[in-house]
Design a protein around this ligand. Structure first.
Ligand code: DSN
Length: 406
């Protein structure tokens, strides 16, 4: 190992220790299995495989062909659909590829605004989705809920070519059937970005978008607990245009090492233990909801019925940015997050987003959730008490020793 690679491996080791000593509550993060990490760090990274299984532009693809075919078949089986493309390098790429498949530049799209829980790629003005298309945004109501009547009204006025549903910071279930009805009422395509809830969908703990959306995009690394990457689902009818849009339309060589990780992820998600895991993710979020409400925190929509909570900190007189920094200093990782109609900028925010997928993977259950809520309350209620913060930091390190990372 030369000095430069040693420096990198030292940093990787530090990151490993950081992860071990942190209560990870970032709602979009998780810990994938060792098998997935091994696949992603394998010799497959050396292989070029532009094209699709049995239709490649390079020789020597017989083994990556089998791997990608297993990933495709497993994704189809897991989500009960008849088309999957597992090549998107990320969720954003999956969304770009889906737009390329169904839209022309300048077409109208309608998606959830970023400050109400949407994603940059759902039409945000600084993102390609907001510059390459004529993007309109719907919002949540005053209490933070999707207002399907209002979205219907807007859709009928705008007549978008595509409606985008799905969210990055929405603590409630999404009614994909209603979105289908809205899309049908204005003859629009429906794209469902299920990145956050893919693990819940895979285990039937959330309504599946599969029968309702024309195209479904996702990441593999959030609730689904796979490697960092994306994928697209649809039906056979759309196979050709989506595959063409992915390659050669947008991406080059697929990352076969990551695709191997995705295959393992889909297979792991078919195991009964994965259903138990997702149930615990939901239980843990519910306990955090109850505990934080008992401590006097306001939650957007009043609570959660998925894997995440959005805490409105205005009453506590602390910004999301400050809360994130304070919690990080004791070893609790959350992210600052805008709340609907946030008076503060996106860099400061009035809220934090809290999710349970990662901490549940480490084996934490109801009792630990109560302890975590207690720590969050103690730190945010006593922002200047450094002695208390140090004590909590030590206690967190001790607590986490009982919950090893995979
Ligand atoms: N950045 C992701 C999240 O945190 O939700 C969305 O892509």
């Amino acid at each position: 190992m030369n000095n430069q690679s040693k420096e990198i491996f030292d940093l990787i080791e530090k990151e490993k220790i950081r992860q071990e000593n942190t209560i990870e509550l970032i709602a979009s993060e998780n810990f994938c299995s060792k098998a997935i990490r091994d696949a992603c760090g394998s010799v497959l990274t050396n292989k070029y495989a532009e094209g699709y299984p049995q239709k490649r532009y390079y020789s020597g693809c017989e083994f990556v062909d089998d791997i990608e075919a297993i990933a495709i078949d497993s994704a189809k089986k897991l989500f009960k659909c008849d088309f999957a493309n597992v090549q998107p390098h990320s969720g954003s790429n999956a969304n770009i590829i889906s737009y390329f498949s169904f839209l022309n530049s300048g077409d109208k799209i309608l998606g959830l605004s970023l400050d109400c829980g949407g994603h940059l790629t759902h039409g945000f003005k600084l993102n390609f989705s907001g510059t390459n298309y004529e993007a309109f945004q719907y919002t949540t109501d005053q209490d933070g809920f999707l207002d399907y009547d209002q979205i219907l009204k807007q859709a009928q006025e705008i007549k978008p070519k595509m409606i985008v549903c799905g969210a990055s910071a929405y603590p409630r279930k999404i009614d994909f059937k209603k979105f289908r009805e809205i899309a049908d009422s204005c003859n629009a395509y429906l794209m469902a970005d299920m990145a956050h809830i893919a693990g819940l969908v895979a285990t039937d703990l959330h309504m599946s978008p599969i029968p309702f959306a024309d195209v479904i995009t996702s990441t593999t690394h959030k609730t689904l607990r796979g490697p960092r990457g994306g994928f697209i689902l649809s039906n056979k009818e759309n196979e050709e245009k989506i595959n063409k849009a992915a390659f050669p339309g947008f991406q080059g060589g697929p990352l076969e090492h990551i695709i191997a990780g995705k295959a393992i992820c889909f297979i792991e998600a078919m195991d009964l233990s994965f259903v138990e895991y997702q149930k615990q993710v939901l239980k843990n979020a519910k306990i955090l909801e109850q505990e934080l409400l008992n401590y006097g925190f306001d939650l957007v929509t009043g609570g959660t019925d998925n894997h995440l909570l959005l805490v409105d900190l205005r009453k506590k007189n602390i910004s999301g940015k400050k809360a994130q920094t304070l919690l990080e200093s004791v070893g609790v990782s959350v992210n600052k997050n805008s709340i609907p109609n946030d008076p503060k900028s996106a860099m400061v925010t009035s809220g934090i987003r809290i999710g349970t997928p990662a901490i549940t993977t480490r084996g934490c259950k109801e009792e630990e959730m109560k302890i975590i809520a207690k720590y969050i309350n103690a730190v945010l209620s006593n922002p200047e008490d450094l002695d208390l913060h140090n004590k909590i930091k030590q206690e967190i390190k001790e607590l986490l020793k009982n919950f090893p990372t995979p």
